[in-house]
Ligand binder design. Structure first.
Ligand code: MLC
Ligand code: AMP
Length: 509
């Protein structure tokens, strides 16, 4: 039997293919028949371009239904889909392209020239464009081939997607997710969250990360449900459309922004049944305020690019704020101490997970993969947590030097290496400080060369902006005479966080 995720989705197509799958904010509607025809055309085009099973297709496009169909066409054709955040700057794209060696790049028309240069430097001959309306040279070429394609046979362990995630050591790593990983996780969520063909998901997340692509789209597709499609999160539009939706998924920033509007009311949510939050910790105060205003307790779940979703608060039963709920069916979670011993109830340690959801390794990095798994096959998440007496998993911290800003991961090391290269900078340390909108804000603490007062906050920010994605750019830059170090010479980031957290929060609020 074909183990491809696309084959699974296909096996669950609604009996009536004219049913609407996606309705965009601009009023366009796409049925399941459209999905079938467009993915056939797209997959056919990619085959005719010479792509073979296992070839990578790197995509950096604005969100559109066609961009999702391109993802599905890759699953259908057995090509490996590699989505890139639209905020990535050319340096970041260049690294990913060099590392993944895609056979095809699909980019936004406005960066076609730069992308072609990057592609050419890495021997990739196929660069096509797609804009936010799904138009461009990719769609034009696809129009010229027949909408006829037989779904390619894939084994459960074949890689379906590679998602890059940065690392504590700097350079991004490509997490290889197999058809089994994606199928198993989406099926678990469909059943755990009770998603049915009657659901209407208000989709406001980007589709280049696990949350918006796998959690949101895959579950909708497997349940035969429907999506109201927003090109980006816009609080006002979400509040207008909520009355037509039944489910919503977001990062905590979505919820704090919605709460800032008086239009978030019980009435606005009258047809809703489920609000899901994840990708970053949901503050208890946000959970409570949302409950008070709308009557809904937000369901918080916990996941990672490498693992998909690991735990979730229950659909029925108590959703406990400050916890991420229970391991999903088929997923095992344990907390492990520094000595490697598995901890009992309430023991705080690094969380490890095991299950069909866990990725197959980092692309071309067997050593790194080896380091991140235990000898008995558990993946070390780098999140610090505990499991309480009732079985709820709590995340209490991170063993990895990571900042999560508005649901996006920022690895300080990556930002520091860019800041350190600025003329006049001796060294820097990048930390996360509490931020009312983004949860945490990227903050740089910089030591300048003597007399280099021309290296200002504005100058540092402007320079960093040209090199890395905007969400990684420090919101604030502080200058110090010396960075505090411990006896081992290691920068004491906790000291810096204490020094600068209160200053920033008092500035903000
Ligand atoms: C945008 N900016 C950010 C930012 N997003 N800065 C820090 N953190 C972010 N997340 C920048 C903008 O470029 C702009 O900079 C300035 O901040 C203000 O922009 P904005 O207009 O307020 O931002 P907006 O476009 O509204 O975007 C905010 C957001 C977006 C929260 C809607 O970041 C978002 O959609 N986040 C979701 C992330 C997500 O999907 N994560 C899932 C990962 S999967 P300037 O300088 O241009 O003015 C995963 C696994 C799991 O983690 O468990 O789910
Ligand atoms: P990413 O690499 O973008 O997939 O981010 C995964 C990381 O996001 C996890 O390792 C956690 O640190 C964090 N994360 C995801 N969901 C939650 C949550 N509900 N609460 C706290 N942290 C979370």
């Amino acid at each position: 039997m074909n183990q491809s995720l696309y084959a699974l989705i296909e096996s669950r197509f609604p009996a009536d293919p004219s049913r609407i799958l996606i309705e965009t904010d601009g009023g366009a509607a796409y049925s399941w028949r459209d999905l079938d025809a467009l993915t056939a055309r797209y997959a056919r085009l990619m085959s005719e371009l010479g792509l073979a099973k296992g070839d990578r297709v790197a995509v950096q496009t604005d969100k559109s239904p066609q961009a999702m169909f391109l993802y599905l066409a890759c699953l259908r054709g057995g090509f490996i889909f590699l989505p890139m955040n639209t905020a990535y700057q050319p340096d970041e794209v260049d690294y990913l392209v060099g590392n993944a060696e895609p056979r095809l790049l699909v980019c936004r028309p406005e960066v076609e020239t730069t992308t072609k240069d990057i592609a050419a430097a890495h021997g990739c001959l196929n660069v096509l464009t797609m804009d936010g309306d799904g138009r461009g040279s990719f769609a034009e070429a696809a129009q010229a081939v027949p909408a006829d394609f037989s779904t390619v046979d894939c084994a459960a362990d074949d890689v379906a997607c590679i998602l890059y995630t940065s690392g504590t050591t700097g350079r991004p790593k490509g997490a290889m997710l197999t058809h089994r990983n994606l199928s198993a996780n989406a099926l678990a969520l469909v059943s755990y969250w009770g998603i049915t063909a009657g659901d209407v998901l208000l989709h406001a997340l980007p589709i280049f990360h696990a949350h918006g692509l796998f959690v949101a789209c895959n579950t909708t597709l497997l349940a035969g449900a429907r999506m109201l499609w927003l090109a980006r999160f816009d609080g006002d539009r979400v509040l207008e459309l909520l009355s037509r939706a039944t489910t919503f998924m977001g990062v905590p920033t979505f919820y704090t922004r919605l709460l800032a509007s008086p239009r978030l009311t019980r009435d606005a949510c009258r047809h809703m049944r489920l609000f899901v939050s994840g990708s970053a910790p949901l503050l208890e105060e946000t959970f409570r305020a949302f409950e008070e205003r709308t009557g809904f307790s937000i369901l918080e779940r916990y996941g990672m690019t490498e693992t998909g979703m690991n735990t979730s608060n229950p659909l029925t039963g108590e959703r406990r704020p400050g916890t991420v709920g229970f391991p999903l069916p088929g997923v095992s979670v344990r907390a492990v101490g520094d000595d490697g011993n598995v901890l009992g109830t309430d023991g705080v340690g690094v969380l490890q997970v095991k299950g069909e959801n866990v990725f197959s390794g980092y692309w071309r990095m067997p050593e790194k993969t080896g380091e991140d798994f235990t000898a008995d096959g558990w993946f070390k998440t780098g999140d610090v947590g505990k499991i309480d007496a009732d079985g709820y998993v709590h995340i209490v911290g991170r063993a990895k030097d990571l900042i999560i800003s508005g649901g996006y991961n920022v690895y300080p090391k990556e930002v520091e290496s860019v800041v350190d290269r600025i003329d006049g900078v001796v060294e820097s340390a990048v930390i996360g400080v509490p931020h009312p909108d983004f949860g945490e804000a990227v903050t740089a603490v910089v030591k300048r060369l003597p007399g280099r007062t021309d290296v200002t906050e504005a100058a540092v920010i402007a320079e960093v902006k040209t090199r890395i994605a905007n969400y990684k750019v420090p919101k604030t830059v502080h200058f110090v005479e010396e960075l505090p170090r411990n006896a081992m010479g290691k920068v004491q980031k906790n000291v810096l966080r204490e020094m600068f957290s209160s200053r920033v929060s008092s500035l903000i609020g």
